[in-house]
Design a protein around this ligand. Structure first.
Ligand SMILES: [Zn+2]
Length: 329
């Protein structure tokens, strides 16, 4: 079974579903979705269709919560309703408010009533240090009691109020050591946090309860090679989206194609290093829809195809075990 650990579906506010989004964010989101051919009203349907075309069986929708002052309000119930028609194909990780105290009632509701598979938190957006145990000990204990994993976005975010000072990979050492029964998944392979991917790998190597997923890393690996042409900012994610993933006419310009190939080589080496140093700890994840394509599973097949058992674990076996997803459902 092939499982993408990290995708996004953004239900839009409709006046009755309790969601809120700043206007500029909403317009940008709608614009980007339309540019890649996805109607904002049928994101889940489009995801499932495109996954099927790429041979991906299931994906986990991450529902990050941001600080209330960001102007965003998400809800787990809305995500559950959005994915309900796609049982066995779309799963979800909940978001909850962490401040003033972690909303454990909402967590329990999402896991026990809505059937969510874990929790995602965002220290930068939600303004906390992950080793602030006075605040978080009840949350970590509740996750262990519910026996569900925690996925963290360890770097800064692009949302208003993001606090880069809390993005310290070393803080996770305290968490992994103090709660050996908590399964911790480091998203984006530590990108943007102090310590970054090297620390994420060291954690996965050292602690049996720490896993990594490498979503956004095709972008990270390609960035150094993207040329500044036609006014594109080589560092902007939009450049990667519009010039590398969905180029006009379906064909990359030659300079961009060269950057893509070099990035792909670096990405391949990275995947191979992770499975060599931290066997059983890498999970396939993309952060779709804007920083990856639905067929990225091919990048993993090319990189790890000479070890079929390793590849099977990376693409879904490990996620099935950690999330307790059985192949038949
Ligand atoms: Zn994400």
């Amino acid at each position: 079974m092939i499982i993408d650990m990290h995708i996004h579906i953004h239900p839009f506010p409709n006046g009755t579903n309790g969601l809120a989004m700043p206007d500029d964010y909403r317009h940008e989101m709608a614009h980007k979705l339309e540019r890649i051919g996805i109607s904002p009203d049928r994101q889940a349907e489009a995801a499932v269709e495109r996954m099927a075309a790429a041979g991906v069986d299931a994906a986990v929708v991450q529902n990050p919560y941001h600080a209330p002052e960001s102007g965003h309000r998400r809800s787990n119930r809305t995500v559950a309703e959005t994915i309900a028609p796609y049982r066995g194909k779309l799963y979800a990780f909940a978001g909850i408010f962490i401040r003033p105290t972690p909303d454990l009632a909402e967590l329990e509701y999402a896991i026990c009533e809505l059937g969510f598979k874990g929790l995602k938190y965002l220290p930068a957006s939600q303004s906390f240090r992950v080793n602030d145990f006075a605040l978080l000990d009840p949350l970590y204990k509740k996750l262990i009691e519910l026996d569900v994993p925690l996925l963290t976005h360890p770097g800064p975010t692009n949302f208003r109020g993001s606090d880069p000072s809390v993005c310290q990979m070393a803080d996770y050492i305290d968490v992994a050591r103090r709660y050996p029964d908590l399964k911790l998944i480091i998203a984006h392979y530590g990108a943007g946090a102090v310590g970054g991917s090297e620390a994420a790998l060291a954690l996965a190597e050292e602690f049996p309860n720490v896993y990594v997923e490498t979503s956004t890393w095709m972008w990270q690996c390609t960035r150094p090679f993207i040329p500044a042409i036609d006014g594109w900012n080589p560092q902007a994610p939009e450049t990667f989206l519009y010039e590398m993933l969905y180029p006009a006419g379906g064909q990359r310009r030659p300079e961009m194609e060269e950057a893509w190939q070099r990035g792909k080589e670096a990405h391949r080496a990275m995947l191979r290093e992770i499975v060599a140093r931290a066997p059983g700890k890498l999970m396939y994840g993309t952060d779709l829809p804007f920083i990856a394509r639905f067929d990225f599973v091919e990048l993993y097949r090319e990189a790890l195809g000479d070890h079929p058992a390793v590849l099977a674990d990376v693409l879904g076996g490990t996620a099935q075990r950690v999330l307790k997803i059985d192949g038949g459902n």
